[in-house]
Design a protein around this ligand. Structure first.
Ligand code: F6R
Length: 365
């Protein structure tokens, strides 16, 4: 039931404060992650992990890409991320003491399951699943499970599953990092940031009207570029995937630093460039990338921290996002990009909940 909403996708976007809260429930206190909530024996397992291999497809893969930044930064443990359909068809090396982490909303994605089954033959320390469907094949075949409590996701384009995957991945990262030198103070700081998420996402949802306004600029465009740096790069990838899936506008994501190495040649007034720019240490670098785009006549849409001191000017649209913790910023900045793709699709009159050629669950390869 869509209730007051015109589409399931919009309803699911608006459910995010609630389902993020549900996903944290019973797993974090005011200052700590409750490791036992990850399953019996989780502490012993995590204490011995030396490498994390993440496998997923589509949006779930983007969640894994964000997690890599967290795992290497907070736990200091090497992490590899790969799409399941590539991993399963190549000769791969599994490092000793690898935790094999599959991320899947449905838990039935054929390639992800095949990668897990193959890796089992090769041997790893344990398999952890991050999944939204209890009793799914992925859940049944994994040693540890963190269920995302997103509830049923009807819209083919994944929204609330993604942000609850991110919350689960951050909780997992903190549990892992605790065995690898993360201080109690830093853990408490990040847990506090997690607990602020529902409120911050409400604030991001309040930008809906402004985003609907911005979306008009995309209606007659055929191409777009999404830029981000650090953990915001996978957020840009996810924003681009949403736009192409439901509005059928070609959207490509690039790490902002790669701009000069090719994509800048594409930039002209017909190529809107979307950038996610929280106020982190990479902001100054990102600003000079924006100048490069501006100098070529590209129209910029910047989602930025108010402190970033980016001014609205001809050709640069700035949407201020309330200040957020650097670690949880990828979760909050996902929201405006979901809303942008939604509004562009509505303006174009596409089938938002059932985009052409796509299925919700890809159980065949
Ligand atoms: C994108 C989308 C797909 C899925 C992908 C993996 O909006 O929904 O890219 O993310 O098919 O599906 P799961 O997570 O069920 O394995």
């Amino acid at each position: 039931d869509k209730g007051e909403f015109r589409h399931y996708m919009l309803k699911e976007i608006y459910e995010q404060p609630k389902v993020i809260k549900a996903t944290m429930e019973g797993r974090v206190t005011d200052s700590r992650v409750l490791e036992q909530a990850l399953g019996t024996g989780a502490a012993d397992l995590l204490a011995n992990v030396r490498h994390v291999q993440i496998i997923a497809c589509g949006t779930s893969y983007h969640a894994g890409m964000v997690a890599r930044y967290w795992i290497e930064e907070l736990a200091g443990i090497a992490c590899s991320v790969e799409v399941a359909s590539e991993y399963r068809y190549r000769k791969h090396v599994i490092q000793p003491d690898t935790l094999f982490l599959c991320i899947s909303q449905s838990g039935e994605t054929a390639d992800t399951l095949a990668a897990l089954r193959q890796a089992k033959q090769a041997g790893f320390r344990a398999a952890l699943a991050i999944c939204n469907v209890p009793g799914s094949s992925l859940v049944r075949e994994s040693d540890l499970v963190i269920m995302t409590h997103a509830g049923p996701e009807i819209g083919v384009a994944s929204t609330k599953a993604f942000t609850t995957q991110l919350v689960s991945l951050l909780i997992f990262t903190l549990a892992l990092a605790r065995h690898n030198g993360l201080s109690e103070a830093r853990e408490a700081d990040i847990v506090a940031a997690l607990r602020q998420l529902p409120g911050q996402i409400d604030d991001a949802l309040a930008l809906d009207g402004k985003i609907a306004e911005l979306s008009k600029a995309f209606m007659d465009k055929n191409h777009s570029l999404f830029l981000g740096r650090g953990a915001m790069y996978p957020v840009a990838m996810e924003g681009a995937l949403k736009l192409k899936e439901i509005s059928y506008i070609h959207a490509e994501a690039y790490p902002a630093g790669e701009l000069k190495h090719g994509p800048l040649a594409l930039v002209d007034s017909e190529m809107p460039v979307v950038t996610v720019a929280p106020n982190n240490e990479l902001l100054e670098k990102l600003k000079s990338n924006l100048e490069e785009v501006r100098a070529r006549g590209g129209e910029l849409f910047v989602f930025a921290d108010g402190d970033a001191e980016l001014q609205e000017q001809p050709g640069i649209h700035v949407l201020q996002i309330p200040a957020v913790h650097a670690i949880t910023a990828p979760i909050v900045y996902t929201l405006p990009l979901q809303l942008l793709s939604y509004h562009v699709a509505v303006l174009k009159g596409t089938d938002v909940d059932q985009p052409r050629n796509l299925a919700k669950s890809v159980t065949v390869e």
